[in-house]
Design a protein around this ligand. Structure first.
Ligand code: UDP
Ligand code: MG
Length: 312
């Protein structure tokens, strides 16, 4: 099998027929073996019946139905794990991405990249205030924090080599960070400009909450990519600095009391100094707990702390 197209979908009934038509047209024109995997993420709009009839007419279609709505990341991850193609292309079900752009992604993948990400250059019909501006800020922030510079982290239209897609462990809303997570494991990532259209039918599944959730996930990704195998290096350092400051300050206060006879009880500085000591000790303890968790994490699943590219 050459290609697997993975489409996570939640309540997209009125998009499915058009999506299947456009995808089939593009795939047939490529002349390679393919499968279309629709991952129904617990839809409640009757879209499943539409999928059933599409599947009945087209043996290249596979439908996977999740037991409940688990989120786009989970649905995508399910599709990746089940895909049989050497190359996996992921896309949304709302036809905002144009299936006719698939060859663009594939072409770049052939140039030796592991992931080719779509870059929506013409987003003029997206709302400026709630979508385009947060997106510009998010792309800058994620690029800066992770060091993987892309113009469009929010675009799920991507092509992957199968091993890379299946090697990702995704949690939360982390499909947005796939390029950064994969690059961390040594994957070569690039982007190509693609078209972008208004939603075909139905409504967006995300509101402004996505901004907060993306920020929280960014913290996780940044931490895991840099320090997941050495948490004490982060928390221990903070603990040493904070606790050290507190220790020195407490000592000074005590010396003042003992040697110079300055009263201590009425000085708020004492409270702060002691607080710093306590917080410092706590940070170091968190670091140690993190170290133990990191060992459990890696050893329980025989997951090495490195990724081998090849051996010869
Ligand atoms: N989606 C999903 N599960 C969810 C939410 C969304 O599978 O819980 C799918 C949705 O059906 C669509 C894709 O994820 O195919 C992107 O969602 P949407 O188009 O609403 O996002 P937007 O384009 O507004 O960012
Ligand atoms: Mg969309």
């Amino acid at each position: 099998m050459d290609l697997s197209i993975v489409v996570p979908l939640y309540n997209e009934r009125d998009n499915l027929a058009a999506l299947h038509d456009e995808l089939t047209r593009t795939m047939r024109s490529l002349g390679r073996s393919y499968e279309l995997i629709f991952v129904d993420d617990g839809s409640t709009d009757g879209g499943l019946e539409v999928l059933r009839s599409i599947r009945g007419q087209d043996p290249d279609v596979r439908v996977i139905r999740l037991a409940r709505n688990s989120g786009q990341t989970a649905a995508l991850s399910c599709g990746f794990n089940r895909a049989r193609g050497d190359v996996i292309v992921a896309m949304d079900a709302d036809l905002q991405n144009n299936p006719a752009d698939i060859p663009l992604l594939l072409g770049k993948l052939g140039d030796g990249f592991d992931i080719v990400s779509g870059w929506r250059t013409e987003r003029w019909h997206d709302e400026a205030l709630t979508r385009r501006m947060p997106s510009v800020a998010a792309n800058w922030l994620i690029s800066t924090m992770t060091g993987v510079r892309l113009h469009d982290y929010g675009c799920t239209f991507k092509a992957y080599r199968r091993e890379v897609a299946q090697g990702l462990s995704l949690y939360g809303e982390m499909h947005r960070f796939v390029p950064a997570i994969a690059a961390e494991q040594g994957a070569k990532v690039t982007e190509v400009p693609i078209g972008f259209r208004p939603r075909h039918a139905g409504t967006s599944k995300y509101g402004l909450w996505r901004i907060v959730r993306t920020l929280l996930d960014l913290i996780t990704v940044k931490f895991l990519s840099g320090y997941s195998t050495a948490p004490i290096q982060v928390f221990g350092l903070i603990g040493l600095v904070v606790g050290g400051l507190g220790g020195i300050w407490t000592t000074i206060l005590v010396l003042e009391k003992v040697l110079l006879g300055h009263p201590l009880a009425n000085r708020p500085a004492l409270l702060l100094a002691v607080l710093l000591v306590v917080v410092g000790v706590q940070f170091i303890s968190i670091g140690l707990l993190g170290e133990m968790l990191a060992r459990t994490y890696h050893e329980s699943q025989n997951k090495p702390i490195y990724v081998v590219k090849e051996e010869f």
